[in-house]
Write a protein that binds this ligand. Structure first.
Ligand SMILES: C[S@@+](CC[C@H](N)C(=O)[O-])C[C@H]1O[C@@H](n2cnc3c(N)ncnc32)[C@H](O)[C@@H]1O
Length: 272
C-alpha cells in the first residue's frame, strides 16, 4: 500500500492518535481519549514520558547522524509529526541525511506527506512494518534509501504493538538479517521489569491490560530478555538496554521519574 484513499476509523482507538493525545496534539478523537484517560488514571504523569521518549529519540538520532556518521534512516512507525522529528534532528547535523518514515495509520499518512513534501531528502511511506519483505522492497523505500549501504533501522515504540501471535521476534530477525554490516538499530519498547523492580512490574501488568483490553487492542510489556532478543547478533552501543533517562542524558535529572518512565527499555546496537 502506498497512499491512496485515506479511511480513518473513528470507532476504534489508534496507537498514533492516542500517542498524539499524550503529546498534547490535536489529531485525536473521543475514542482515542478514552484510552488516553485510562492511561492517566494509572499514571497522571504519563504525558511527561511521551515527551521523554521524543527527547531520547532526538539524542539517539543526533548521535547516529553525528559521531556515528549515519546518513540514512528508516523510521518504522514514525507516528504523527511532532515538535522535533527524526529528519529535523538528523538534518541539523547532516542536511543531506535521508529519512524515510513508515507508518500504517492513515492520519499519520496525511500529515506525513503534508509536512515532508518540500524536503527532497525526507519521504513518507504508508506500509505495514509487520511485513519486512514488502517494506524493504517498497519502491518508495528503495528509491530513497540505498539499502546496500549502512542505515539506521528505528523501531521506537512499535514492536510492543505487535502481539505475540504476530511474531515480533521473527519480524525483527528479518529486518536484522537484511541490514548491511555497519548499520544500527534504535529500539524503545514497553518493559515488564519483573524481578528488577516488582512495583513497576505490577504497574506494567496493569497498563498492559488497560491497553490490550481497550479498543486500541495492543501494548505488550515484555521482559528484558525478550527485548534483548530483538537485538541478537548485534553489538550493543554503550550503555546497552537502559531506561530512557539513562541513555546519555543531557545533564543531571531535575524531576522524579514517572511510573511510565520505569517501564520503557531503550538502546542502540550495531550490526558487525
Ligand atoms: C507509539 S507510536 C511511536 C511513534 C514514534 N516512533 C516514537 O517513538 O515517538 C507507534 C506508531 O507505530 C505505528 N504502527 C503500529 N503498528 C504498525 C504497523 N504494523 N505498521 C506500521 N506502523 C505501525 C502507529 O501507527 C504509531 O504511529
Amino acid at each position: 500500500m502506498s497512499g491512496g484513499e485515506t479511511t480513518i476509523d473513528t470507532t476504534k482507538a489508534s496507537v498514533a492518535r492516542v500517542y498524539d493525545a499524550l503529546l498534547g496534539g490535536k489529531d485525536n478523537y473521543e475514542v482515542d481519549r478514552v484510552v488516553y484517560r485510562s492511561v492517566l488514571e494509572s499514571d497522571p504523569q504519563a504525558p511527561a514520558t511521551a515527551v521523554a521518549i521524543r527527547e531520547w529519540l532526538v539524542r539517539v538520532v543526533r548521535w547516529l547522524a553525528g559521531p556515528a556518521g549515519m546518513d540514512q534512516f528508516l523510521d518504522c512507525g514514525s507516528g504523527l509529526p511532532t515538535q522535533e522529528n527524526t529528519h529535523e534532528a538528523a538534518q541539523r547535523l547532516n542536511p543531506e541525511a535521508r529519512v524515510v518514515y513508515v507508518d500504517n495509520d492513515p492520519v499519520v499518512g496525511a500529515h506525513g506527506r503534508a509536512l515532508l513534501e518540500e524536503n527532497p531528502f525526507t519521504h513518507f511511506v504508508e506500509a505495514d512494518l509487520a511485513d519486512p519483505d514488502a517494506l524493504l522492497g517498497h519502491p518508495d523505500v528503495t528509491r530513497n534509501l540505498d539499502l546496500d549501504r549502512p542505515y539506521v533501522l528505528m523501531q521506537c515504540n512499535t514492536l510492543h504493538h505487535l502481539m505475540d501471535d504476530e511474531d515480533p521476534h521473527g519480524i525483527m530477525r528479518r529486518y536484522i538479517d537484511a541490514l548491511p554490516s555497519g548499520s544500527y538499530v534504535a529500539l524503545c519498547h514497553f518493559w515488564d521489569p519483573q524481578d528488577e523492580d516488582p512495583e513497576s512490574s505490577t504497574f506494567a501488568k496493569d497498563m498492559e491490560q488497560r491497553l490490550t483490553g481497550s479498543s486500541m487492542g495492543s501494548g505488550r510489556f515484555r521482559t528484558r530478555d525478550e527485548i534483548a532478543a530483538y537485538l541478537e547478533g548485534l553489538e550493543p552501543v554503550e550503555p546497552g538496554l537502559v531506561r530512557l533517562h539513562e541513555w546519555w542524558p543531557d545533564g543531571p535529572r531535575l524531576t522524579p521519574l514517572t511510573s511510565m518512565d520505569r517501564v520503557l527499555l531503550s538502546g542502540v546496537a550495531r550490526k558487525p
